[in-house]
Design a protein. Sequence first.
Length: 135
Amino acid sequence: MSNKIERLQINFKTLEQFQQFSGYGLQELSMLEDLESNLIDNEFQSPFYGIYLGKALIARMSLYTHKSENEEIIEINKMEVLPYYQKNGYGKELVAFAKSFNKPIKTIPRANSNEFWKKQGFTETDSEFVIWQPK
């Protein structure tokens, strides 16, 4: 399965699509506030990416790039798949997309997702983050 992962536009249509997730997800995974602040700031480069099935946004994540010492690190700030579509590989596809930048990736496992991240090749650190290193 290979779905097209799209950079999501920062607009009111995306805000409406994000609201479908708010009824299902945990508050710690909510990206609604992030999107709203980007709408207000009129961000040019959206940090949000998603998978659509038809016109429905079914999976999403936010990616941020940080400079650390002499390298760039990608942070998967939040990632979520609508419950009906979970366990179908959509989360794995989002992670593979982030890995395609061939830069170290860090994230904080949320909502009992430690096992998922381990399966994606992430390792624990001394902090709350798990990290993936390109080969």
